[in-house]
Each structure stands twice: as structure tokens, then as C-alpha cells.
Design a protein around this ligand. Structure first.
Ligand SMILES: [Mn+2]
Length: 319
């Protein structure tokens, strides 16, 4: 499959790469690594994402070139880290128009929506898979450099919690060891994307964690990011990332849930993080969402307390 993908990319005269909505380090790292590698081959390639790129991620190489859409019909389009077509947001129109489509992903729930599907549910990140693809491409035409290695490493580090999640395998470390041989300043990547936190986010974190509520003999912890929290701390929805892990890390907590107010009243974004014994994707699935065994998400509408109760019931059914 990888060989077929690489051949198709080399023969395509125009390519589009799509990252998922609310992009994280993995979708950006894998998309931009592919983008820079193809640029190194002087390919006509463009990157797309429906959402704005977060400030912390905006200095990734090529991040300034993201577009939200195009009328162009591309020879080939490649979706990175997108479990289903809904994750493409409005950029699905770019995908639908293309002559050949590809889907590179590591979500077990991936719906295999493209002509070429490279889906490995056991990979820690899409970047881990992208490494194999670009290594293969590199044997055909030299495309790998420090920039590509740095982008892949960024995605791997962020999607694996600094190589600490259960999806980390021997292959994850093997790929990391190949990448670290490039000039990437690995410790700085970890510092920047895993540890550093703005003063505003620090205030948001303390405020929200302080109000955490626990259920089922403290096996389930729920935090709520409400609009007042964002207003009081000068933060926004996209600065909530990672805070939920502080709940999951508590001894005895098997399920951590973060409910986040969106711009629309009575509409919430929900993140679920679990210990290995509970299937996060199954809980999110009750609300039409999905994800991985230990990390999943969904959206829900209704009054906060009703949404919370429904989530608790779905959680209880999976404990
Ligand atoms: Mn990912």
C-alpha cells in the first residue's frame, strides 16, 4: 500500500493535504512533514485545514501556508490523522473533487473513506506511519531533511504524551531513534509542546481543576470549562488541551471527562480520557463521537446537567 501511495504521489502533478478540524500536533506534524517533503521534490502541493492554527503551533514549518478551501481540482488529495470525512470539515469539498484520494491515519475507528487507505490502529500517531511513507519516498527521490524530521517528532511526542501512553510500541521508539539523528533539538520540542504553559492557561487550569466533581466512588472525574472561566482568564476553547490529564492522573480515577462550552449556547465539546480498562471510544460513541481506547471525544447538545448525566450513564455502562 505504501508503495502504491508513493508512486501515486510522485506521478501526481498537483497535490492537496488536509489536516483535521481543531488541529493537534499529530495532524499538523504529519501533514506538514509530507508538505515539506513534497516541496523538497518541487511538487505543486498545498495544505488545507478548516480551523485556524493555534498560536503555539503556528511556527511549525509551513503552518503559515494553510488554506481553508479551493476551487482547484487536484490530481491527488491526502487526509492525515482524520478518522472519518467529518473530521475534514469544510475541506471535504477539496477531498471530494480530487481525482485520487488517500487516507493516512491511526484511529481504530477509521472508516476507510479513500481510494488508498493506510490505517494502522496500533500506531501511536499518524506521524509514526508518515515516517515509513517518507522513508520510502526518500529512497525514490531524496526528500527527507531536518525540517521533516522535526515535524514528525513533534507529532509523535504530542500524540504519545512524551512516549508515555499505552499505544507506544517498540516501533515508536525505533522511529523516534531515527528522527533524533537529525538536527531536531528533541528536548526543546518536548519542552515547548508538552511542558510550557502560558500564565493565562495556568490560571484557567487552576480554576477549572478546583471545581472538579467526582462520581462512582471517585472512579469518574468531570471538569467543566465554562464561558466565565475563559472570560476571567483571558483564554479560549483551544487552550483547554491537556488539562483533563490532571484528572485522569489521580490515583483511582479510571475515567476523566472534560465538558467545554462552545460559542453556541447549550452545545458542548466533550473529551474523554481513560485508564486502560475503560474504552473511551465506546463512551464517545454513544454521542456519535469516536477516538481511541484511552482518548476520545464527541459533541453534545442540551442543558449542562442533562449532558453530564447522560455522559455519566454512558460511562457507568462501560466501567
Ligand atoms: Mn493522531
Amino acid at each position: 500500500m505504501i508503495e502504491k501511495l508513493v508512486k501515486s504521489m510522485l506521478s501526481a502533478s498537483s497535490l492537496a493535504i488536509i489536516s483535521h478540524i481543531n488541529p493537534d500536533g499529530d495532524t499538523l506534524g504529519s501533514s506538514l512533514a509530507l508538505y515539506n517533503a513534497l516541496k523538497n521534490l518541487n511538487k505543486n502541493v498545498q495544505v488545507f485545514c478548516e480551523s485556524n492554527i493555534k498560536k503555539e503551533m503556528s511556527d511549525l514549518a509551513g503552518a503559515g501556508n494553510y488554506q481553508t478551501g479551493s476551487c482547484e481540482k487536484f490530481d491527488m488529495v491526502i487526509a492525515c490523522d482524520c478518522a472519518d470525512l467529518g473530521r475534514l470539515g469544510e475541506c471535504v469539498s477539496v477531498f471530494d473533487k480530487a481525482r485520487l484520494t488517500a487516507n493516512i491515519d491511526h484511529h481504530k475507528t477509521n472508516t476507510r473513506y479513500a481510494n488508498i487507505n493506510i490505517v494502522r490502529g496500533d500506531a501511536s500517531s499518524t506521524c509514526e506511519i508518515m515516517y515509513d511513507i517518507l522513508a520510502e519516498l526518500d529512497t525514490k527521490q531524496k526528500c527527507f531533511d531536518d525540517t521533516v524530521a522535526k515535524l514528525l517528532y513533534t507529532g509523535m511526542v504530542t500524540d504519545s504524551g512524551g512516549f508515555s501512553f499505552s499505544n507506544v510500541s517498540a516501533n515508536t521508539h525505533l522511529v523516534a531513534s531515527k528522527l533524533i539523528q537529525y538536527n531536531i533539538e528533541a528536548s526543546k520540542i518536548c519542552e515547548k509542546y508538552l511542558k510550557s504553559i502560558s500564565m493565562n492557561k495556568f490560571k484557567l487550569k487552576n480554576r477549572v481543576l478546583d471545581k472538579a466533581r467526582f462520581f462512582e466512588d471517585n472512579r469518574v472525574g468531570i471538569i467543566h470549562f465554562c464561558r466565565e472561566d475563559f472570560e476571567a482568564t483571558g483564554t479560549s476553547e483551544d487552550q483547554t488541551e491537556g488539562i483533563i490529564n490532571n484528572i485522569r492522573d489521580i490515583d483511582g480515577v479510571d475515567v476523566a471527562i472534560a465538558i467545554t462550552d462552545t460559542k453556541n449556547e447549550n452545545s458542548f465539546k466533550i473529551s474523554i480520557r481513560t485508564a486502560d480498562c475503560v474504552d473511551a471510544a465506546a463512551i464517545a460513541g454513544v454521542f456519535g463521537g469516536g477516538g481511541h481506547q484511552c482518548a476520545a471525544g464527541c459533541r453534545a447538545n442540551g442543558f449542562y446537567e442533562d449532558v453530564k448525566d447522560k455522559l455519566l450513564k454512558a460511562t457507568r455502562d462501560n466501567l
